[in-house]
Design a protein around this ligand. Sequence first.
Ligand code: PHE
Length: 536
Amino acid sequence: MAVQQRPETGTSRRAFLRHVGVTGGAGAMFATMGALGLAPTAQAASREQAYSAPKSGDFTLTGRGAAKVVVVGGGIAGLATAYELGKAGYDCTVLEARDRTGGRNFTVRGGDSTVDLYGNRQTARFSQGQYLNAGPARLPQWMVTLDYCRELGVPVEVFTNTNADAYLYNESAGMTAPVRYRTAKADVYGYVAELLAKATDKGALDKELTASDQDRLMEFLKDFGDLGDKLTYKGGERRGYTTVPAATGTPGVLLGDVPSASDVFASGVGRYFSFEFGFDQAMLMFQPVGGMDQIPKALTRAIGAHKVRTGAVVSRITQTAGGVTVTYTQGGRTRAVEADYCVGALPPNMLARIPHNLGSGVQSALEAITPQSAGKIGLEYRSRWWELDHKIYGGITETDLDVTHIWHPSYGFHGERGVLVGYYNYDTDADAYAKLTPGEREKRAVAAGVKIYGDKYRTELASSFSHHWRQTPHLEAAWHDTPGGPDDPRYKPLNEPTGRVYFAGDWLSYTDAWQHGAFTSARRAVTKLHARVLSA
Ligand code: PHE
């Protein structure tokens, strides 16, 4: 049955659904509810029903009560652990070494200060409303992070991960000016389509495809590559214009000469296109309004700030006969928390340095997981020249320079100022920048940007702030490499509780380097811990 109209009020909506149920049966009703957004679709169900949060009612018939839990680490995994356990009344204490929660979820605003492991001290001078998400900055729609934003009341907005008007720039291929994504795509897709169409036409696929399948393929290729007569690619409006079409008398002037297929392939621009095919990087993507740290802030509020001890550096985890003792120093004093259970939610490279009595299996598993590098620089500009002069609103410029990615802000459009991410790089590029002073980092990043965008990249700059995760105290990693994957048997002492100690973090998930990994890992630990408490 076709749904012609969306009933508006609650009563008429119920009546409408009853009607559908009567005439079409329960299956039709459920499908209609799905179409109306009232019942979960299969995909939403697989994401949300796999987890059910602990609740105080779970204890009603068991005669047992919630336990005391000490959570080591106030990043997303630790906060999610305390938040979820808190739903059932667990008494959680979160120990966080830094002066704020969130871990790698770090939003830099004017006045924020950091000191890296090399001793570089920086204070951000960003103006009011401007920020840099130094860590996580984009959320795919399928990740549970968005469910937490909904649940916690954190508003989200679109994050532009790909933009046809952003640039591609490969210096090593001899490019002296950037090319727009749309132009590069038109050319690469055009020539690939042309070559495949010609090969097909010559019978190269006769063994692979029937004649009618070849016809369908040809039809697709002509459309996909915008092919003209004789199956050739000749450019066209997909590449863009030097004068855009406007009123009568202004049909538009197409971008100049179409490069040869050889030049297009030599430029290497096609290597960036598959990024947006990734399950975790495809548009649309989202970001919290006002900065990614709205998530840990909301989690911390929901847990109760009094349950979170910041500046608390854990010095020992000791399993005792009936519980766990975690020792920490805070403001020069040594203290301890005694609890029934512990959840270790620090990065593995940090946990590996904390003395414990959990055995060599835990220690060697932690040491097998290696920390990786990434860095970002935020460049605040006095004007949004990328919008004014280049007509680029959000999105990412890809380069083969050591800055790697340049991000245009996905907030504050048409405002006076804006913060570009002048580099987002990994591994040796990130480490090379980390070794420079913040001033030298800025100089090097700006010199790279000038090659692509011209002088305003230097002359409009107001201030900068750079951040490198491998050199950040108490974290020392952007993400981790887990040889064999998180289910490898060697990580069993981390995936199964070791005595009364559980572990959680993105590094124990198939989505490391995403908050989704931290959230789902925390949910897994919480589920196991709660089941044990209920049956103990
Ligand atoms: N989540 C991070 C990002 O989106 C790191 C990452 C990059 C993870 C690419 C997977 C793929 O930048």
